[in-house]
Design a protein around this ligand. Sequence first.
Ligand code: AWU
Length: 458
Amino acid sequence: MADNTFHIAMYPWFALGHLTSFLHLSNKLAERGHKISFLLPPKTKSNFEPFNLYPNLITLIPIDIPHVDGLPPGSETTADVPFPLHPLIMTAMDLTQPTIEFHLRNLKPHFVFFDFTHWLPALSRKLNIKSVHYYTISPATVGYLLRPEIKIADNKIRTEVDLMNPPPSFPRSSIKLRAHEARHLAAGAKREFGSGISFSQRQWICFSECDAVSFKTCTEMEGPYCNYIEKQFCKKVILAGPVVPEPPSLVLDQEIERILDNFEEGSVIFCAFGTECLLNKDQFQELLLGLESTGLPFFAALKPPIGVEKIESALPEGFQERVKGRGFVYGDWVQQQLILQHPSVGCFVTHCGSGSLSEAMVTKCQLVLLPNVGDQIINARLMGGDLKVGVEVEKGEEDGLFSKNGVCKAVKAVMNNDSEVKEEVKQNHTKWREFLLSQGLEDSYIDGFVQKLHEMLL
Ligand SMILES: C[C@@H]1O[C@H](OP(=O)(O)OP(=O)(O)OC[C@H]2O[C@@H](n3ccc(=O)[nH]c3=O)[C@H](O)[C@@H]2O)[C@H](O)[C@H](O)[C@H]1O
């Protein structure tokens, strides 16, 4: 390495939450002079250009998506297809292996960072490149779901009974799953996830074969879970720290700014469920009716529910009339980070995607947690239970459905002045926000991260 810097190739799972997380880390590493070759889908490349803060060091390299039967033409990321088709995106990524090998042979990076392409560790070993499994999902989720201490045969899977409670030596925490959640996560683990292999098999191969595992978190928040992974997988775990996203340099959309400027400071509920979440129509309407019944102004940015083309045709009867001037529902992409920073926004109803939570933790918004799938469930337990920085919306134990009353109750718990919970979550959130934004924290983590990478090359 010329001046003690290195060259890293990034090849994240083609989900915006993962791609965004890898880009945030790339910016932090490029800020320190390291070279990044970021391999990503073509349309995402152009979307990411404005957020590439170091174009002289970060090269965005478009990777064409191979044809896969059943994958709609033009689909690139999980945001482009419904949840059941996500494995086809994975299969397409698996088919890029020859292309990725071509690039790695030419680029000759010191490292390749990846997360779901289980074939990358073997490929990079062949090319004498170190592989780092950079996980956007929390160590708590990984430890809880993979639970390496409980060996199972390859053809066996974790049943919903297994997943109801944490594994024996899992850190003491509030993480427990309800019946419907254990059922969903057990099904997710055994689900075919690209090229005919299950999600859990894929994760096992990634964890077992990589040279190091890395998480976007810090010891103070999730240290016990990182230690559990390190011990159970006998694998070096290096932490990048919270990787707090830079506030975007863009300005907020004028129409949205005009709407928000109309309301008192901290009074507006912002509700957004990431780039993948598709609710069914009933739950979509329960959510909106719940926001309506809070009596507060609200701004929801949601994808149309399953089977519905346009948001407008899914709104509850008479809803638009009743909330005119107070409630706004958008069906397209909005600038979430900028909206969260707007002074009028005082509450964030989130699906607990890791990217949204990272952004939420450094704002002053009160948090209402409404997880949809996968790791979002465990993220919600961590945030609402371990850290107590938000309130989770109640769901049915067996059917996992939430109601408008449940949404309204959780919002009032964090927004009503007479609610004692409001003060508790506000204080906890303030403590963590100040910690995450504290001078030098991020630098110390990223510098430590870089040091650990150097040690891997010795
Ligand atoms: C790790 C993986 O992230 C996935 O991505 P998803 O898009 O759902 O959510 P985020 O991680 O919050 O990522 C979403 C990202 O898109 C941004 N955004 C989204 C919608 C919008 O209208 N405008 C925006 O700016 C948002 O600010 C965030 O940065 C899933 O959660 C999955 O459970 C998790 O394992």
